[in-house]
Design a protein around this ligand. Structure first.
Ligand SMILES: NC(=O)c1ccc[n+]([C@@H]2O[C@H](COP(=O)([O-])OP(=O)(O)OC[C@H]3O[C@@H](n4cnc5c(N)ncnc54)[C@H](OP(=O)(O)O)[C@@H]3O)[C@@H](O)[C@H]2O)c1
Length: 324
């Protein structure tokens, strides 16, 4: 098969689409011919050598894919050749084939394109895991979503809206602010123009949950924005890993600070996340009440250009790579 290979000896860690060995397919796995994959920030980090794949994962980039079943392992159940599927991966989406545990696969509805299907797993599972399983977000509560126009942010706004929550968000341009509003956020703060904590506290009496991709540089404002028994879930460190933590605020407001990574979790936990998402939200995606936001679709041979879109913060929602 062909896959995107990182040349780690070149100065910019260039990418090339070239021949590599087919992936082995275990007895509980299903071999999938990949049609589309999506770009995630983690791919940029992995490409630069700062985020190696977990043990046992494919060495190639790509945390999600959609495609058709090519072959089924001896102990894998529920799938047959030709089925349209998508899945979260620990790696290997930028390739013509991948082997996936049969319980990680989800059927792609006939009315979806493969590109739409490849835009779903990583951001919807991440948003679901962190809002509902980690932070315990409940109907009627208020959530602050940083990076509201990001892939994860656009998924999180929609899931929180559907769960009956009040949604506030931050974003870095007027176009992104407008898009977050159209997805269901009642307040969107352009953090480049205004202190988001002041804006949040002018708007309401604080938030119950924060989904945070910025971390260090936002820590003080995040604690200020949380109300009694608030929960801060840190899922990325785009603003650095260090910040000033006022433990008096943590104590007096009885706050909880949670760190969460999806990729490195054991397979059993990932299967449980897929099942719980399926029970609660999958039908909303099938019905189109909730939908992935797609910024652009590029051929997989243009992966470097796709990475640059994310590196420049130009995307609203997902950047997809077409493989077939
Ligand atoms: N923990 C996990 O399991 C997990 C899973 C998936 C994703 N993530 C992480 O979650 C983050 C979002 O992922 P994504 O794929 O949705 O990303 P994305 O689509 O690339 O969007 C990221 C957005 O973050 C904003 N941003 C970048 N640097 C910033 C900074 N220093 N301060 C404030 N905002 C900044 C930019 O939007 P503005 O123009 O609005 O600033 C940018 O467009 C990524 O860092 C990713 O690695 C974590």
């Amino acid at each position: 098969m062909k896959a995107t290979v990182v040349d780690s000896d070149s100065p910019d860690h260039s990418l090339s689409w070239r021949d590599v060995p087919d992936p082995p397919c275990g007895s509980e796995e299903v071999l999938v011919d990949i049609h589309a994959t999506a770009v995630n920030r983690a791919d940029l980090l992995q490409r630069s050598g700062h985020y190696p794949p977990p043990p046992g994962a494919s060495p190639y980039l790509g945390l999600e894919m959609s495609g058709t079943v090519a072959a089924v392992g001896a102990s894998a159940t529920g799938w047959q050749p030709g089925d349209r599927v998508c899945a979260l991966l620990a790696g290997g989406g930028y390739a013509e084939k991948t082997a996936v545990h049969h319980q990680m696969l989800v059927p792609v509805p006939d009315h979806w394109s493969f590109t739409a299907a490849a835009a779903v797993p990583e951001v919807f599972y991440t948003a679901f895991l962190n809002l509902f399983l980690e932070a315990g977000l409940k109907s009627g509560e208020t959530v602050l979503i940083h990076g509201g126009a990001s892939g994860v942010g656009t998924a999180a706004i929609q899931l929180a809206r559907e769960a009956g929550c009040r949604v506030v968000a931050t974003a870095g341009s007027q176009e992104k602010v407008d898009r977050c509003r159209s997805l269901g956020a009642e307040l969107v703060v352009n953090y480049r123009n205004r202190d988001f904590a002041d804006a949040v506290l002018d708007h309401c009496d604080g938030v119950d949950v924060i989904l945070d991709i910025v971390a260090g540089s936002y820590l003080e404002q995040n604690l200020k924005s949380l109300k009694l028994c608030g929960r801060l879930v840190v899922i990325s460190l785009l603003g650095g890993s260090a910040g000033s933590l006022d433990l008096a605020a943590v104590l007096s407001k009885r706050l909880r600070i949670i760190g969460s990574l999806l990729r490195s979790r054991p397979l059993e936990e990932k299967i449980a996340i897929v099942r719980q998402f399926d029970d609660r939200f999958w039908q909303l995606l099938v019905d189109g009440r909730v939908a992935p936001v797609i910024h652009q679709v590029l051929p997989v041979t243009a992966a470097e250009e796709a990475h640059q879109i994310l590196a420049d913060n130009r995307n609203i929602g997902k950047v997809l790579l077409q493989i077939r």
